[in-house]
Every structure is written in structure tokens, then in C-alpha cells.
Design a protein around this ligand. Structure first.
Ligand code: SF4
Length: 375
């Protein structure tokens, strides 16, 4: 079934490490954008079955609950959204007052994904985040109070000046708060990130690579012990609480993405909407096409993508099934290049399945590169 992604490109302030398609919140622009987004959804839907809706951004929780409801209704009236569909709202803790959380729940949201990033004040300040650690805890309590039983928290590791012990504090705080799902991301510094300048000016540094590896492995073991199961390189969940929407990205699924800069993939075709918020609104008003990039992927590209995204999952991939879908004997093609990784025990072959070990997840890019260039 389809996943539906809705992009909300507004934020209250811009974090110094952020490379997403977003801009500062402006009430008038937001009103026009929501109307355009609703139009795009209604014009695209042909009643196909869908079982996930994901509001991402940006900061989707800056929208009013009535606006979220309008957009969910547009999805439900334009697609055959299953009654038990997973409906996720990415939420920043500073936007999560109790009345708003009740409003989002009534609007049909049933999963909240909080961008917490850290439970330590100095780290939140270094990242330019608006919330405090106390607000993050309250936000989860507000969501619980509104009846949310499926909550996810994002944390970022390997932050400037962060020691292994400080990272552990955030993981312990997460366990204490007790979400059903957690995503642990490594900070990635893109070339012109303002955080790079902040780091240079303040003399902040990153811990050595070995520490980052230790932080990663330690947190996964700690989360195992706390009842979370890792299911993807960066994601853990309590039983039955994996992100059904994100699984579509890793399991060679299909999704339609609405809004400025949104990427869709379906039946081997991938396209991207125009990035600029104003231009997106203008194109909708003029009835012009939104896609600025559209590519029919070759069978080869689809196979490569299915293999390297599937390998991100702890269950790995069934190479017989995946190869069968694209008419390729995967082992014959890639086996020789994969052998050294099997010998190093960073990759396992179990029947038709290939999967990474936890150590292998640390060198996943190297292993996945085999699928792009087997020589
Ligand atoms: S809140 Fe999220 S999307 Fe907005 S600037 Fe910060 S990291 Fe980027």
C-alpha cells in the first residue's frame, strides 16, 4: 500500500546544523501553503489504498490542529486510507502544549515523533534548539495526557563537545521518559553548516571516531536491555511499534509525497516537487506541473536501491526474492565482492538472507557500496 508524506516547510527558528527544505514561519504564507497542499492532495488522489500518513518538515506541529485535520481529511477523501492507518506528526517540544496535543489527537494523528536531539542543556544550546530538556520531558507527558500511545523520540549523537558519558545521560533520560520508538542519528555536518562556524569560533570539537562507534554500540545494547528492539541502523522500537511509514523507504515500497521539495517514488519512477515554497504555491494556483525532476529508474537502479536500503534493516534482505523481482542472481553478481565482509563477520548470509552485524552497521556505507560498484 502507498505511504503518503506531507511536507511542512516552516520552523520557528533555523537550527545551525539543518540542511532540510525549510524556512521561517510566516502566518500568511503558511495559510496559502496549506491551501495549496490540500489542492495537490485532492488533485493527485485516485482512491488508491494507503496505510500511512506522515507529516514531516520543517516543523509540522506549527500548523493548527484544524489545519492538520483538513489535510488528513483531504488524504482520506482522495485515497482509500485504511481505518487503522499510522498517522505521524513530527513535533518540536516547544510547540506541544496540552491543548494542541489534544487537538492533534482529535484531528486523527495517532503517532507523535518528537525532535528532542538531546536531554542536556549545553548541547541543545549549541545546536540552536529552542526547547529545554525539561520541556522535552513535559511534551512527552502532554502527548501521553492527550492519549498518544505511540511516541517516538529523536536523539543526535556525536555532538560538538559531547563526551561518551554525556551521550549516555541522554540515552538514560530517553529510557526514563519511555517512548515506544527512538531514532538515534549521528550528527552530519554538511559543508556550509553554520554550526561549523560556531564550532570554529567557540573551539568546540567532535569526539574521536572511535568514541562515536562506542557511543553507537553502547546505546543499542543499553536500549536492548531496556526492551527496545533495533530494526534499522538508526531505529529501535518496542514490539509492534516500528515506523510503518519509514519501513516503506527501506522495503522497496511506494510513497507519494506532497508539498514543496517532496520526493515521491512509485513503480520505479521517482520525482521531486519544486523546492521553493512560493513557487510551489504559484504553480498550484496556475495549474502548472510541480515536478522539477522526474526519473524513470532503470531495473539496475531499482535493484541497487532495494539492496542497499534493505540492508539497513536488522533483518536484512532476502536476496532470492529481491533478485527474483528484478531478474538478477544477486549472489552470482555481488557474492565475490561481499565475501571479505562475510569473512570479517560484519555481514552474515543466512539461507537467502543477507544481514549486517552491529559492527557491520558501523561500516555499512562501505558494504553497500558493493551494490553500486561491484568491482
Ligand atoms: S526544527 Fe528541524 S527542520 Fe527546523 S531548522 Fe531545526 S532541524 Fe531543521
Amino acid at each position: 500500500m502507498l505511504g503518503l508524506y506531507l511536507h511542512i516547510p516552516f520552523c520557528s527558528s533555523i537550527c545551525n546544523y539543518c540542511n532540510f527544505n525549510r524556512g521561517l514561519f510566516e502566518s500568511g504564507l503558511k495559510d496559502r501553503y496549506v491551501a495549496a497542499l490540500e489542492r495537490e492532495i485532492r488533485d493527485s488522489g485516485a482512491g488508491e489504498p494507503a496505510d500511512t500518513i506522515f507529516f514531516g518538515g520543517g516543523t509540522p506541529s506549527l500548523l493548527e490542529p484544524e489545519e492538520i485535520e483538513r489535510l488528513i481529511t483531504a488524504c482520506r477523501e482522495s485515497f482509500a486510507v485504511t481505518p487503522e492507518a499510522e498517522v505521524t506528526l513530527e513535533t518540536n517540544p516547544e510547540t506541544a502544549a496540552p491543548d494542541r496535543m489534544h487537538g492533534f489527537r482529535r484531528a486523527g494523528v495517532n503517532r507523535i515523533s518528537f525532535g528532542v536531539q538531546s536531554f542536556r542543556e549545553p548541547e541543545l544550546r549549541r545546536l540552536g534548539r529552542l526547547h529545554s530538556a525539561a520541556r522535552a520531558r513535559e511534551a512527552v507527558a502532554d502527548a501521553r495526557g492527550a492519549g498518544f500511545e505511540n511516541i517516538s523520540l529523536d536523539l543526535m549523537m556525536w555532538l560538538p563537545q559531547q563526551s561518551r558519558e554525556e551521550w549516555r545521560e541522554s540515552v538514560e533520560a530517553l529510557i526514563e521518559v519511555g517512548p515506544e520508538h527512538a531514532s538515534l542519528y549521528l550528527l552530519e555536518l554538511y559543508p556550509n553548516a553554520p554550526l561549523k562556524e560556531d564550532m570554529a569560533r567557540a573551539g568546540w570539537s567532535l569526539a574521536p571516531d572511535d568514541d562515536a562507534a562506542e557511543m553507537y554500540l553502547w546505546s543499542l545494547e543499553r536500549l536492548d536491555g531496556a526492551g527496545y528492539g533495533q530494526y534499522e541502523i538508526s531505529n529501535v522500537a518496542r514490539p509492534g511499534r516500528v515506523s510503518r511509514h519509514n519501513l516503506k523507504y527501506w522495503q522497496d515500497g511506494a510513497w507519494l509525497a506532497f508539498g514543496c521539495g517532496a520526493h515521491s517514488t512509485r513503480d520505479g519512477v521517482r520525482w521531486k516537487n519544486v523546492s521553493s515554497t512560493e513557487e510551489y504555491i504559484a504553480r498550484i494556483a496556475a495549474g502548472q506541473p510541480l515536478a522539477v525532476e522526474r526519473r524513470e529508474m532503470t531495473t539496475e537502479e531499482q535493484l541497487e536501491e532495494a539492496l542497499f536500503t534493505g540492508l539497513r534493516l536488522t533483518d536484512g534482505i532476502d536476496i532470492d526474492k529481491t533478485g527474483g523481482r528484478y531478474g538478477v542472481d544477486v549472489w552470482r553478481r555481488y557474492g565475490a565482492a561481499l565475501e571479505p565482509f562475510l569473512e570479517a563477520r560484519v555481514l552474515y548470509r543466512e539461507g537467502p538472507r543477507l544481514r549486517l552485524s552491529r559492527q557491520g552497521m558501523l561500516v555499512a556505507n562501505e558494504i553497500m557500496a558493493v551494490f553500486v560498484d561491484p568491482c
